[in-house]
Every structure is written in C-alpha cells, then in structure tokens.
Write a new protein. Structure first.
Lengths: 311, 342
C-alpha cells in the first residue's frame, strides 16, 4: 500500500512536469504579452519591463527557470498586479473556491445518490419519474441559467439570500447549489442505473433468501456495490467542479481561484497562469489518487499494489 | 416419514406488456422429511419459478399467485405477509442458487454473509455467529476455515463458492433446502463433489432437499423422488427407480433419450424435435402434444388427468387411458439396465 502510494506520487510528479511544459509552450505560442494593452507603451519602456521580468533571456533559460520555480512552488510576482506574489493570490482566493467546491460536492453526492436510490427502488413508479425529470432538467439546464434562476427566485423575489456577496455561510448556498446541479443530476442517473443493476443481481436474491429485510437488502447489500460507478466518477467530478466554477464565481461575485485563473490567461500574466495551473494540477492529480484509494477500500476486488498498479 | 411441505394446485403467472405468462400451472407435490425431490425439465418449464415461489422470491408484481396453496408446517405460505416471510426465509427454508460466481455479495466477507442470517434468526452475538461460521465452513469442506472466513468471494474458486453458498443456506438448520441448479455452473468433477456434499449434509442434518435441475445424471445421483415438469405442469412424478426404469410419459422418454450414455458411443443423441409451448398462450390440452410422436386427437384439446401407476408414480398422459392404443417406450428411453452418465 505504502509502495503503491509512493509510485502514484511519482506518476503525479511526472504528470505535473508534462503539464508545466505544455502550459509553457502554449503560453508562449499564444500571441500577445503581459504588457500589451490598448494604450501602446513606449518601446523603450516595454524593453525595460521585459528585461526586468527576465523575458529577454533565451527561451530555454526561461523554461528551466519556470520548471524550477514550479517545483519549488515559488512563482515570483504577478506581471500585471504589481506587488502581488502569485502564491499570495492563490492562497487568498483558493479558500473561497474550496468551500464552494466542497459544499457543491456534498450537495451533489448526497442528493444525487438519494434521488438515484429512490428512483431505483420505486422503479417505474411516480417517484422514479419525478426523480428522473429532475435529473434531466439538471443535466440540460446550463449552470449559468440555473444560477440566474436561483438568484431571481431566492435572492430577489423571496429575499432569502443576497444576490452576490461573499461574507457569511448563507452567501455560499446559492452558488453551491448552482454549481452542484449538473453533477447532482448526473450522479442521480448513474446511481439509478447501477442500483437497478445491483437490485436485480443474484446476490441480492441470496440476501433475501437469508431472510434479510428489504431495508437491509437495499442498503447493506445493494448500496455499497451500486456506489462503485459513482465513486469512479468522483475523480473527474472534482476536476469539473473546481475548474468549472469560473462562471458561477463571476455571476455571484466570488473572488475565487477560478476567476483568477481565467483573468490571468486573458492578461497573459505568465507567472499567475503558471501558478494556478500547477496548483490545479496538484489538486486534480491528488483528488484522483484519493478517489482510487477510496475505491480500493470499498471494492475488495481491487488490490492496490505497487506492481501493475490496480489489479 | 412426515410430510413437511405440500404444494396444492399452485399457479403462478407474470404480467407482461404482451400477455399474462402462465409460468406454473396447477402444480401439486409433497415433500417429506429427509428426502430429496428432484424437479426436472428443460429451460422455461417452470421449475425455477416453482422453487422461488416456495420462498416467495418472485418479484410481485409482475409475478402473482393465481391459485393454489403452499402448506408449510400447516400454514399457507402464499398468504403470509412479507414480514412473516422474513422469519421463514433462511431459518426454515434455505436456498442455493445456480451461479456461485454471482450469488455471493462481492463486497462482503464470507464470514459476514454467513453470520448475517445467524444474527437475525438465532439472535446470536457477532462473535458467536462467526464461530459458528467457521464450523459451517469446516462442515462443507473448506480447508483453513479460520482464515477463509475473513476473505471475500473473489478469493474463492467456483467450487469453494458453492460450498460457501451451501454453508450460508444451511447456517440456521433449515427444514428444507432448495437447490436451484446447484451444479450447472460448475465443472464435472466439482459437480460430483458438491452433490456428495449435499447428500452427506442431508444425512447429518435431516434436511429435506428440493433439487431443481435439467441434468438427469444429477437426478440419478442425488434424488429419491422425481417430478418431471413441462410447460408449467408436472407431467410425471415417481421414485427415481420408477422414472428411470418404468417411465410412462413420452416427454420423460424424450428426456431420457436425449441424455448421453456411457455404453453407447455410436448412436446419436435423440433430441426432442420442436420447442416448448408459449406460456403466454398455453395449449388447451397436454402441453407436450405438439412435440409428442404419439399424440392423439384428445391430447390437443383435453389435459389428461393423472393416472396412478403405483402409490408413488403418477403420470398425466392419455396413452394410459384404456381407450388409447398400447404404446411401448422406445428403445432409447430404456436406460434401466445401463449406467447413467453423471
């Protein structure tokens, strides 16, 4: 197990290196520079700025410096926002995204699994149809429309929450719900089909033939097995919730990492791009690792060993 | 021997979009203590539905009891509530399923799966139930049971899993064990081991066994009495000797003739031509009439009643009527003198 984790961390470092390289190349291939703006600055001044930030060095020297910076997690100052360190920007904005993301995950998983299980148990009955209508709506309505609807209904009409503010826990509820809608619907559908599969399987009949009550059969024997596909979906889900939150962050005026990420790209703010990319990379790779570890705990057929990875 | 189960005129149907499928039609049989009753028949003959009805494992709806009764200990199982059934399943009647690869929960240890029933029905403590589980695993011939009990099903081989399945089914000392094709998914050597194990355990515990199978070799090896099912009906029933030495129903002849034999390598197997009737629209008369080489006019329009050939053998066939022409069983169905392959 320990060996397995070490091996996986090795892979994570390798993936990070590839991510950094790809980002560097893409960043430099994209036209424009951090100092290009509508108002032209005098060439002498631009030259001076480039010199100061090391952009005049030969490209391979810059590349090596980037890689070293990335692995020591020291990205230097922002090109655009004078006086701000990249790490400061990340650690200032990430807590918002983290709270939002965790809340959304919690809502999506909890309600999604619940809806799916209800739909499966009451297969082809009224509650099944209701749950699946919710799921189809959740998948087909884009999150920004959902966000606007939520703002209109709960903030403007009912005045239960503020429209866009980030001060108390109550302010995080609407954006978290908006962010959770699509994954929630997806999990509900996934859960329903896998639960239906499991409830029709032979070992459920065995459990019933032992005299177990419907409740024990469904939750003790069924749920754990039916959760497996949902858990494997969690890795990509964490990714999409954390990176896909940019729209939601903008609509609700949340100073989160998602918006920093996107503004840094439009600004060609090289160091911030690099910092946020590496940070996201680490986050995603580790969340995938954690999901794999959880999967191994739930399904005993998957043995986590250093040899051959998962078997 | 005491009668412990009595099925009377049981009919079970399934509602489908197309029509009502009458899977079991007017089936009656008795089961006595310490005996093994084999129910044989081809796929779709209604044998598994009959077996699962005894434990009320048929999902209802779409399934439903249309008529008849299942008397167990003098009480009618078809009338019981789901709650009452829970204290019969596993405790009074145990069940083994066909495919040991899929009938054990893959995310639960074998020990837990055995202990579950004991904890529920015998209100044992966890520790006690585990100790009993180790005993049971030993009983069904699993080596190093102390170690095995904490393993998961995927760490067991197919034969081992079926042994574990038997341990689970027998955990609470049920009076009846229903084995639904217990050897079909296993290879031949393991089949023999499992059958021997079941016979041995029956001697020790006195459990009555209902053995569902389509393999006549298994029947000859393990059963005391046989009920031959076709088209949702029992067409012939008798002791093993009667069914193998003196079969009277043309379908039984067909079954015996289609069985591979050790003493005759040259002859081709005699398949029964045609296919079973559509139970959504079952024939009015004998279900086998359409495939029967001896069918008469009456067979198509009237279901024959049971002719009692002995105190144990009953056959539903018009050929046994005094008005019918005398027909002798064909040579290929006469397996009496030869060794049955199995």
């Amino acid at each position: 197990m320990g060996k397995y984790i070490l091996k996986r961390i090795g892979y994570i470092l390798l993936s990070l290196y590839l991510i950094i390289t790809a980002t560097f190349v893409l960043m430099r291939l994209a036209p424009g520079s951090p100092f290009a703006s509508e108002r032209r600055i005098p060439p002498a001044l631009e030259q001076q700025m480039n010199e100061a930030y090391g952009l005049n060095d030969p490209i391979h020297k810059q590349y090596i410096e980037y890689v070293v910076n990335a692995f020591t997690f020291d990205f230097g100052p922002s090109f655009k926002f004078v006086g701000q360190e990249v790490t400061d920007i990340i650690f200032r904005s990430f807590p918002y995204s983290l709270v939002l993301g965790l809340e959304a995950m919690f809502i999506a998983l909890g309600i999604g699994v619940l809806l799916g299980v209800i739909a499966a148990i009451r297969h082809n009955k009224f509650s099944d149809y209701i749950a699946m209508v919710i799921a189809v709506l959740g998948i087909s309505v884009p999150s920004f429309i959902m966000a606007s609807i939520l703002q209109y209904v709960f903030a403007i009409k009912l005045e239960m929450f503020s429209v866009a503010r980030m001060e108390s826990f109550a302010d995080t509820i609407l954006p978290a719900v908006a962010l959770a809608t699509t994954p929630l619907a997806f999990i509900a559908r996934l859960m329903r089909s896998s639960m239906l599969d499991v409830l029709n399987s032979d070992y459920i009949k065995t459990a019933k033939s032992k005299g177990m009550s419907q409740r024990v059969v469904t939750y003790k024997h069924g749920l754990r097995n039916a959760m497996l596909p949902v858990i494997s979906y969690m890795g990509p889900l964490i990714a999409s919730i954390l990176t896909g939150s940019f729209i939601i962050e903008t609509i609700f005026g949340i100073p989160g990492l998602g918006s920093e990420f996107v503004t840094s790209i439009t600004n060609r703010d090289y160091t911030v791009i690099m910092g946020t990319t590496v940070f996201f990379g680490i986050l995603l790779l580790f969340s995938v690792l954690i999901v794999d570890l959880i999967y191994g705990l739930i399904d005993p057929r998957i043995k986590l060993t250093a040899k051959g990875g998962e078997k | 021997m005491k009668k412990i189960l009595s099925v009377k005129n049981l009919s079970v149907s399934f509602d489908t979009y197309k029509a009502e499928v009458k899977a079991v039609r007017d089936v009656s049989f008795d089961l006595h203590e310490e005996e093994t009753l084999a129910i044989v028949g081809e796929s779709g003959s209604g044998k598994s539905v009959t077996a699962q009805s005894l434990m009320r494992l048929i999902p209802m709806p779409p399934g439903k009891f249309v008529g008849g009764s299942i008397l167990f200990n003098g009480e009618d199982i078809t009338q019981k509530s789901e709650k009452q059934m829970e204290s019969i399943r596993g405790k009074e009647i145990g069940m083994i399923f066909q495919d040991p690869m899929t009938s054990l929960n893959p995310t639960m240890t074998i020990g837990k799966q055995i202990a579950e029933g004991l904890i529920k029905h015998h209100s044992m403590a966890k520790k006690e139930a585990y100790n009993r589980g180790v005993e049971l695993l030993k009983l069904v011939g699993i080596p190093t049971p102390e170690k095995r009990i904490n393993q998961y099903p995927h760490e067991f081989s197919g034969g081992m899993r079926q042994r574990a399945m038997i341990a689970i089914a027998l955990a609470c000392n049920p009076k009846i064990l229903i084995a639904d094709e217990p050897t079909t998914a296993l290879d031949v050597t393991i089949q023999a081991q499992i059958l021997d194990l079941m016979k041995e355990l029956q001697k020790e515990t006195g459990t009555a066994i209902i053995l569902i199978t389509h393999d006549l070799g298994v029947v000859a090896n393990a059963a005391h009495r046989v009920a031959v099912m076709y088209g949702g009906k029992i067409v012939e029933t008798g002791t093993v000797d009667e069914i193998f030495y003196n079969p009277r129903h043309p379908y039984t002849w067909g079954l015996l003739g289609s069985m591979p034999r050790l003493d005759n390598h040259d002859e081709e197997l005699k398949a029964i031509p045609g296919s079973p009737p559509d139970l959504a629209d079952p024939p009015k008369g004998c279900p086998f009439a359409a495939r029967c080489p001896y069918a008469m006019k009456a067979c198509g329009s009237h279901m024959p009643e049971y002719y009692e050939l002995s105190s144990t053998q009953k056959t539903a066939c018009w050929l046994l009527d005094e008005r019918a022409p005398k027909v002798e069983p064909p040579e290929f169905a006469n397996v009496g003198g030869s060794k049955v392959n199995g």
